[in-house]
Ligand binder design. Structure first.
Ligand code: 9MR
Ligand code: ZN
Length: 570
């Protein structure tokens, strides 16, 4: 029997679930009886006994599953669960857990910084030299240089620096950046009390919350991605991914890839949002971001067509998309929220009407961000407290809010049913485990957190917890998907720095992409994971497996959102 617990631990007064499981092929008959477990102090003293209830076969894991609800364990401490000879990993009960987790997840962003030296003072053993400081050139000119049509002296150069490395590669991509910033800036907006402690970064102590200092590093890079005419480059990478070397050893030519309408709209939205968030701390920056947002919105208004050019000779991340409706919706909504100008609300509504299910929070579909903007004041306040902000909406907005809210809550209720149908309590169906499935799980977590703010049903809160439980060990792989968190955390991310740095201990706080049950996987994953493996188990902790075990800023960012929620709403 396997026992899966949240290897980090559980909040004192919130729901606590553990899972006991056996692969179905290991059982001749369906086992129907409950599993009698003991809950013990880590040092061995048994506290009490309880039955884990037989759930049945679970489609995502291929397991027979027993569910143990031990919410009544509220005394802080470190515990294990025992079943016959099997002992779970230890776990803690306490209220500091999600705050500590949030700090680790947020510090990861500092380790992703490009274009500056990370000094020992802030990076400890992981100190490293500045990288990617050479000038960049336009892809459109560079390709003509490659064919000999242009000489090197003919190439325009651009001094664009900074930002976070997207992932285990060293690229920087506008839509990916906007996705991460959307999660984090809204996490701060809705749960500011979860961001009061120092991250020990160079800006710490300047009077601005460190999470905003960290996001500023990305925003400053993003501002440089705007062109003269208001369009925004889609990405800033080399032609091919670097070898597995430290970032400063990657001296390949940096390129600016042509604008896409997604990049422009995401830029508008992010800058308009940043303008509201940074205004209390830095008027000048708030003005600058709003001006930049309006300039790019003017470009969008003049270019209503979908624009995305897949440059196949450039083999870094594509971040291709099929629709820019959601990005344009987010842009219009943020401009409305920041300026109050009714024309933007009209635009946003127009795009909302074209979107079937605008509650998505991933890089390809960020429609849910527009919803956060729409309902911002309600989401800021704790449940059941009267709103301090003006509720004097135009009737157009009021009606729009009602419709959107109903939609979101209905979606949340449907996802509660998905949780109920999954033995492990995850809000994903078996067919949904694709590249970056942990993002999908966390997206659902953010949706439940949003629903809880709108209607504080305990089920929504528990649903957020269960998505974080999954991430931190209540899953059929036995791993915690956050480096450095839990007794059995994954430690071989597909990450150039971790592979090249010669340091045994992996940087803590990375979220893995997670199980990928599709056949669209990297070569080693294909070799190591036999066809027919249940989706939740389609994972190995190998650095070569980029389709299973990469890390990115926008897999950490939704975890930051969920951790911040659970740190402030316990
Ligand atoms: O996160 C992206 C995932 O949803 C896609 O399926 C995958 C393949 O296109 O790409 C992922 O993004 C990668 C990006 O293209 C480059 N940097 C690393 C990202 C994480 O794997
Ligand atoms: Zn770099």
């Amino acid at each position: 029997m396997n026992i899966y617990v949240n290897q980090m631990g559980y909040l004192t007064n919130s729901s606590k679930f553990a899972i006991l499981a056996l692969p179905q092929e290991a059982c001749a008959d369906t086992p129907l009886s409950p599993a009698h477990v003991q809950i013990c102090k880590e040092d061995g003293a048994c506290l009490w006994e309880k039955d884990a209830v037989f759930f049945g076969p679970d489609a995502s894991s291929g397991d027979f599953v027993w569910q143990l609800n031990f919410t009544e364990l509220t005394a802080p401490g470190t515990y294990v669960i025992r079943y016959k000879d099997t002992v779970s990993y230890p776990f803690t009960v306490g209220d500091e857990l999600y705050g500590n987790l949030n700090r680790l997840l947020s510090k990861m962003l500092y380790y992703q910084r490009c274009g500056m030296e990370l000094t020992e003072e802030y990076a400890g053993n992981y100190a490293r030299k500045a990288c990617h400081t050479a000038p960049s050139v336009l892809w459109t000119e560079y390709e003509r240089f490659l064919t000999g049509e242009l000489s090197e002296a003919d190439l325009q150069t651009f001094d664009i620096r900074g930002g976070w490395h997207d992932a285990g590669d060293y690229g920087r991509y506008t839509t990916a950046a906007a996705c991460a910033l959307g999660h984090i800036l809204y996490a701060y907006r809705f749960f500011p009390e979860a961001f009061t402690t120092s991250l020990n970064i160079p800006e710490s102590g300047n009077g601005i919350p460190d999470i905003l200092n960290e996001c500023r590093y990305e925003l400053d890079w993003m501002l440089q991605m705007q062109t003269e005419d208001g369009s925004v480059y889609h990405k800033h990478t080399t032609q091919n991914h670097a070898a597995f070397v430290m970032p400063h050893e990657d001296t390949n030519q940096m390129l600016l890839l042509p604008p896409s309408s997604m990049a422009v709209a995401d830029f508008v939205a992010t800058m308009a949002l940043a303008s509201r968030i940074y205004r209390p701390f830095d008027e000048e920056f708030a003005d600058r971001t709003l001006t930049a947002a309006k300039k790019s919105q003017a470009w969008l208004d003049q270019h209503p067509e979908f624009l995305f050019e897949h440059v196949k000779e450039c083999r870094t991340g594509g971040y291709g998309d099929r629709s820019d409706i959601d990005e344009r919706m987010w842009a219009a909504m943020e401009l409305y929220r920041t300026t109050g100008e009714a024309c933007y609300l009209e635009q946003a509504k127009h795009f909302f009407e074209q979107h079937p299910n605008p509650v998505q929070y991933g890089w390809a579909d960020i429609s849910g961000f527009a919803g956060w903007s729409l309902l911002e004041d309600e989401l800021i306040q704790a449940p059941n407290t009267p709103s301090t902000e003006s509720t004097d909406f135009s009737s157009a907005e009021a009606e729009f809010r009602t419709v959107y809210k109903e939609h979101l809550l209905k979606e949340a209720d449907q996802l509660l049913e998905v949780i109920a149908s999954c033995g492990y309590g995850v809000a994903l169906e078996a067919k949904e485990y694709c590249w970056g499935s942990n993002l999908s799980v966390l997206n659902r977590g953010m949706l439940f957190a949003t629903a809880y703010r709108l209607n504080p049903k305990p089920e929504y809160h528990t649903a957020v917890i269960r998505q974080m439980d999954y991430l931190l060990g209540v899953n059929a792989t036995d791993y915690s998907y956050v480096t450095g968190v839990g007794a059995h955390a994954f430690c071989n991310p597909h990450n150039r720095i971790t592979v090249a740095d010669d340091i045994d201990e992996t940087i803590p706080g990375y979220v893995s992409g997670g199980a990928n049950g599709t056949r669209w996987v990297d070569p080693l994953a294909k070799e190591l994971i036999p066809e027919g493996t249940p989706p939740m188990k389609s994972y190995v902790d190998r650095w070569e497996c980029y389709s299973l075990n990469e890390i990115t800023i926008y897999w950490n960012s939704p975890a930051i959102f969920c951790a911040a929620f659970l740190d402030s709403v316990k």
